[in-house]
Design a protein around this ligand. Sequence first.
Ligand SMILES: [Zn+2]
Length: 510
Amino acid sequence: MTEPAVASARRFVLEGGTVHDPATGRDGVVADVWVDAGRIVPPPADSTGFERVDVRGRVIMPGGVDLHSHLAGPKVNAGRMLAPQLAAGRRGGCSAAVPTIHATGLLYAALGYTTAFDAAIAPAAAAIAHRELAELPILDRGIYLVAADEADVLAAAAHGDAAELERLLAAGLTAGRGWAIKVANPGGPAFWKRGRRGDHHDLDTLLPGLPATPRQILERLAVAVNTLGLPHPLHVHTANLGLPGNWRTLLETMRSLAGRRAHLAHVQFHSYAGGDLDEDSFGSGVAPLVEFFNVSSDLTLDVGQVLFGGTVAMTADSAAAEHISHATGVPLVSHDSYQAGGCGILPIAYREQNLVHAWQWAIGLEWFLTVDDPWRVALSTDHPNGACFTAYPQLMRLLGDAAYRREAFARIHPAVRSRSPLAGINREYSLQELCTITRAAPARIAGLPRKGQLGPGADADIVVYRTDPDLERMFSLPVRVYKGGELVVEEGELRDHSPGHLLTADANLR
Ligand SMILES: [Zn+2]
């Protein structure tokens, strides 16, 4: 399924580290990790020729997997042009909201991430995205195709022609060399093309000119993707992103999909209560959503956490971009790379004392901290929409250090402090749980059996951390990062930046 790998010839053993590997049940166990030809291997009978690397006292984890990011393609480049001061980026620093493609790979690797997916590439933009991703150093990478916006796909889904829908999705996936199928605002382009801009629909409004509702489109796409046996289930960015009261749409989306494998993208942006953006009305709709999610074992999600600071929002969901632009007064760049309806790009600075931003921050954390099963959650900021991925260590500290989180909470907008359930939540993620949501779970959810784990046969993507009570510092500065058995980063210094591999999936057409 991947392009042919040139296996590393290096043979070595990481000796005496404290291993966190949720997939094999090792939670802080002192163990040796053996590597040969780019893979983890069992302890060999004859260890001659294995370099010994002493990692006693260090924490060992699999390489990080980001299953929802935006790395390439026209909209990301438009974002780089719009915010060159953010794209400039210092080496090892945190200033790049939209780093260049080269810096993106290096900065991810410097944090211990070794695999990342671009979660929204239009089929028409796939060729150019692949040319760009070929320049991405170190990381294994793949793309999710927004195939469900194409007119023929939408028509097949709307008419309930399952065989034709599967054929079109399989053909699109092959042509676009994609890993997964994404739907952004199901059926939205049908409204958009009819000139109903800003006319927000719910899941049960009949699509103009088509004999189906967005809910039916969603269900049929999910069934088709599961029938095709793709590694990752349908990746769902549901309707009404960013709108007050949209928690109901996400709940209905979950109800439609429950009982089937499906992945809900950036749920933070879909969990708002209230009818307006004011202090009395706007708020968190997380509680009923988490209640439903916790008992719906086939569903998985990524959060799309907002963190305070400057970034660039970009979305394939034109209606949402228009709404954000209207709410913030920031002019919108509508990019026409999305055949179906344009996409929106706008610079944004999330501020602690801004009511909406503070709610977004608190709502994302509430999701992380009230979901029961970390195996169904992937850490993400929907880079760069909620924050740059370089802020992941800060997010990990917010989850793993309740005192640090309380300090941050004390600085946000007073209306959010008085009403957010976050005030009463004392949960702290353990190192093992942080390892799960950044490695083991996203690898399993994305459908990558050789990633996110350190059992025999796994890719030798390994990170060595220094134990540190300051989790942000710990996860910002790995001691060593290996990708496919090659040492790529050591104490913040780049050692190797060979490109990784493109991950592509094959559909099983019946
Ligand atoms: Zn996204």
